[in-house]
Design a protein around this ligand. Structure first.
Ligand SMILES: CC(C)(COP(=O)(O)OP(=O)(O)OC[C@H]1O[C@@H](n2cnc3c(N)ncnc32)[C@H](O)[C@@H]1OP(=O)(O)O)[C@@H](O)C(=O)NCCC(=O)NCCS
Length: 214
């Protein structure tokens, strides 16, 4: 696991010092709406069989997201190995941070890292079909709808009758997209659209991503 830097976020492998922030996050029923039907999680009473992750800061594959500018906790992201070459992406952010593009920003950094580091051939993500915000994040970072799976577990929550959707992106699709981005950048350069050194620096910053591993 690497520390990943995005425009506004620092994503660091979680540590036990993040546990209090994780617990506070789960105390917001709105955050938990599509995970348990919208109940504040009481870790003292909830069973270990909860169908959603409750990180404590000791787990691998979970990154704590903080604002780079002031270290404020934003939420967490995960890229969880499921089977050979396949990882599942997840995210949970504080309500006050929603609607600013932060989930997409952090999730994209993890997808790029997952493929660029050569660890995965496919990245998938799932959510309740009615969780339109989460579905939009998946689309914005380039995952495509794959299928809907009907829920037949023991404790259905409101909306689970619509099933859970899966989105996916393969390494080949990701690579093609990266190449297309580079080609678009080169075409921009060919058109001589650099009026100044600052303009050139802006384009270089766009295509030379600092969060890619060396
Ligand atoms: C889902 C969640 C991660 C989104 O975080 P976020 O930082 O607001 O996401 P972003 O700002 O990057 O993108 C959200 C997109 O969804 C859209 N969106 C949000 N709510 C929506 C809704 N009810 N209907 C349609 N689109 C919606 C936003 O407009 C935005 O799209 P846009 O940029 O094209 O306008 C956040 O709400 C969250 O943590 N929810 C609780 C936990 C959760 O549900 N996690 C996923 C479970 S698998």
């Amino acid at each position: 696991m690497a520390v990943l830097q995005t425009t506004r976020l620092t994503l660091s492998p979680c540590t036990p010092s993040d546990c209090a922030d994780f617990i506070n996050l789960e105390r917001d029923p709105e955050v938990m709406r599509f995970l348990n039907g919208g109940h504040a999680v009481d870790r003292e009473t909830i069973g270990a069989d909860a169908t959603f992750l409750m990180p404590r800061g000791t787990e691998p594959y979970i990154w704590t997201a903080r604002r780079t500018v002031n270290g404020a906790f934003v939420g967490w992201f995960c890229l969880w190995p499921e089977s050979e070459g396949l990882a599942e992406l997840g995210y949970r952010l504080r309500r006050m941070d929603w609607g600013q593009g932060l989930a997409s920003e952090g999730a994209l950094a993890l997808v790029n890292w997952g493929f660029a580091s050569g660890q995965y051939d496919k990245i998938a993500a799932t959510t309740m079909a009615i969780n339109l915000g989460s579905r939009r994040v998946m689309e914005k970072i380039g995952l495509s709808y794959a299928r809907t799976v009907m829920y037949d577990g023991p404790d259905p929550i409101p909306g689970s009758e619509h099933g859970e959707v899966w989105y996916e992106l393969t390494r080949a699709q990701w690579t093609r997209r990266q190449l297309a981005e580079i080609e678009a950048g080169l075409a921009e350069a060919d058109r001589g659209e650099f009026a100044s050194a600052e303009a050139l620096a802006t384009v270089v910053a766009k295509y030379v991503k600092p969060d890619r591993p060396a």
